[in-house]
Design a protein around this ligand. Structure first.
Ligand SMILES: NC(=O)c1ccc[n+]([C@@H]2O[C@H](COP(=O)([O-])OP(=O)(O)OC[C@H]3O[C@@H](n4cnc5c(N)ncnc54)[C@H](OP(=O)(O)O)[C@@H]3O)[C@@H](O)[C@H]2O)c1
Length: 327
């Protein structure tokens, strides 16, 4: 089968289209004939060596997939060949999903409804699991609350806005530029604030007519943790899903947050494969109904995975970049 691998760490130039043996599913695993995968920031973190794949190099890129079950390993009863599936959380311990086939834990796969295309399933898998688990499971977002989503035009952010709106929240997104602002407003956000604002917390509160924020989904905590705590009110929950550098808090801000009983919570979809499958099972009907609609800015064939990764890493992407395995 064909797979996109890297034999050394580096930029997109280290990627090669290799012919490799089809993997066999072990106990508790299924082999999926992959129709589509999507590009996520973690792919570049692994490829660059910032994070290291557990089994070392060479390594197949990619952490999510949508496709059809092709073979099942010992002990798997929930899935059978021919089932349409999607899932994420793969490709770190073992080889990933920029490939024609992958052997992955059955526990991480949810059923992909017939009404949802493989491309949409792949675009949705990691970001919907992240946004839902961040906002609903860890953030306890409730009807009528207010929600701040950072990076609202990006992969996670653009589905987080839709999930929060569906949950009955009033949503403020942060984004940069007119096109991204219009995009996020079109997803149902009440307001969009430029994440480069000097006083972002003030701008967020003003956009909510003075109401404090109940839940923040923060993918850039090193930049925004102070803003988040200044924007939330009593009992506010800040859910951190990404932090590119050291995050610092002044004692005054920390004290104010203590007086507010505010929480900083951390969330990774890698924490639980069962949980992540349960989340995607809850997301599936919303994808089928179009209530959550992942936006695909561009789709590339497998052989052009390097271009797909370069595109995804460029600023201004609206939604997701997808890689299809059929030419
Ligand atoms: N914890 C987890 O389980 C988990 C899961 C998924 C993702 N993540 C992490 O979450 C982050 C976002 O993932 P993604 O898939 O959404 O990436 P993405 O598709 O690349 O989107 C990132 C978004 O952040 C925006 N952005 C850039 N600088 C910003 C700033 N200072 N403040 C606010 N927004 C800013 C970008 O806007 P521009 O286009 O204007 O640059 C872009 O819209 C990554 O670090 C990723 O590793 C964590």
């Amino acid at each position: 089968m064909r797979a996109i691998r890297y034999h050394e760490y580096g930029d997109e130039s280290v990627l090669s289209l290799d012919e490799v043996p089809k993997p066999n599913p072990g106990a508790g695993e299924v082999r999926v004939a992959i129709e589509a995968a999507s590009v996520n920031p973690i792919d570049a973190k692994l490829r660059s060596g910032l994070l290291e794949p557990t089994a070392g190099l060479p390594h197949v890129c990619g952490v999510d997939l949508a496709g059809v079950v092709d073979a099942v390993g010992a002990g798997v009863t929930r899935l059978e060949p021919g089932d349409r599936v999607y899932g994420t959380g793969f490709g770190w311990k073992d080889d990933g999903t920029y490939a024609e086939y992958a052997a992955v834990p059955a526990a991480g796969l949810a059923t992909l409804p017939d009404a949802v295309s493989f491309e949409t399933g792949a675009a949705a898998a990691l970001v919907c699991a992240t946004a839902w688990r961040g906002l609903v499971t860890r953030g306890d977002l409730r009807v009528g609350e207010t929600c701040l989503v950072h990076g609202a035009s990006g992969g996670v952010g653009h589905v987080a806005v839709q999930i929060a709106v569906n949950a009955g929240a009033t949503v403020v997104g942060t984004a940069r530029g007119e096109e991204a602002t219009a995009f996020v407003e079109g997803l149902g956000a009440t307001a969009v604030v430029d994440y480069r604002e000097d006083d972002l917390a003030d701008a967020v509160r003003a956009s909510l007519a003075g109401r404090p924020v109940d839940v923040v989904l923060d993918s850039h905590a090193d930049k925004h943790i102070e803003t988040d705590l200044a924007a939330v009110g009593r009992g506010g929950r800040v859910v951190v899903i990404g932090q590119g550098a050291r995050a610092a808090l002044t004692p005054e801000r920390a004290l104010a947050a203590m007086f507010d009983d505010a929480d900083i919570r951390f969330m990774s979809i890698m924490a639980s494969m069962d949980d992540q499958r349960r989340v995607l099972t809850a997301v599936s009907p919303l994808l089928a109904a179009g209530s959550i609609d992942p936006v695909i800015e561009a789709a590339y064939p497998l052989a052009e995975a390097a271009d797909a990764m370069a595109h995804a890493a460029s600023p201004g992407v609206l939604g997701k970049i997808v890689i299809g395995t059929t030419e």
